[in-house]
Design a protein around this ligand. Structure first.
Ligand code: GNR
Ligand code: NI
Length: 170
């Protein structure tokens, strides 16, 4: 396993559309495992392949269940697609590629996602609340979108400006 460097905005590589995975090969499984390690180390509740500079439709998510047990709920998915969405939920989102900013984003409250799992098996996941938010956030990354693309143009401009300044001073 390996920790992968995470790209931060503004970066044109975060705006590209990622390509579908043809099959969940050993190489893709290794990518998934490295992404899981990178997500937990960050720490984050999700990570999409383009954030680690791989333009493939692969995401990992673990929003951690709240039942007191340290029961992790890890999803490792290739080619995730939203096949149903209903309702509306507002969540203050953050992103490892937009460090230290959070803004309210409106998304579907309840979704069904179709994907391939780590074994290459077709699965469907029903999600609501934070899991639904996180899955939509990760699938957005695969289409070159960040949460700041869902907020007002003014707020996005302010955040982008601050991110640029921060990059320059690094
Ligand atoms: O760690 C993360 N937290 C988070 C909080 C609210 C909504 C979405 C997220 S995803 C983010 C990790 C990340 O950037 N994934 O792409
Ligand atoms: Ni993100």
């Amino acid at each position: 396993m390996a920790l992968l460097p995470i790209l931060t905005a503004p970066d044109r590589r975060l705006k590209q559309i990622s390509q579908p995975v043809e099959e969940v090969s050993d190489k893709i499984v290794k990518l998934m495992d490295d992404m899981v390690e990178t997500m937990y180390a960050a720490p984050g509740i999700g990570l999409a392949a383009p954030q680690v500079n791989v333009l493939k439709r692969v995401i990992v998510v673990d929003v951690e269940t709240y039942d007191g047990e340290d029961k992790h709920d890890l999803l490792t998915l290739a080619n995730p697609e939203i096949i149903e969405q209903t309702g509306e939920i507002i969540w203050a989102e953050g992103c490892l590629s937009v460090p230290e900013f959070t803004e309210d984003v409106v998304r579907a409250e309840h979704i069904i996602v179709r994907a391939l799992d780590r074994d290459g098996k077709k699965i469907e996941i029903e999600a609501q609340g934070l899991l639904a938010v996180c899955l939509q956030h990760e699938i957005d990354h695969l289409d070159g979108k960040l949460f700041i693309d869902h907020i007002s143009r003014l707020k996005r401009a302010i955040i982008t400006q601050k991110l640029k300044k921060r990059k320059k001073s690094e």
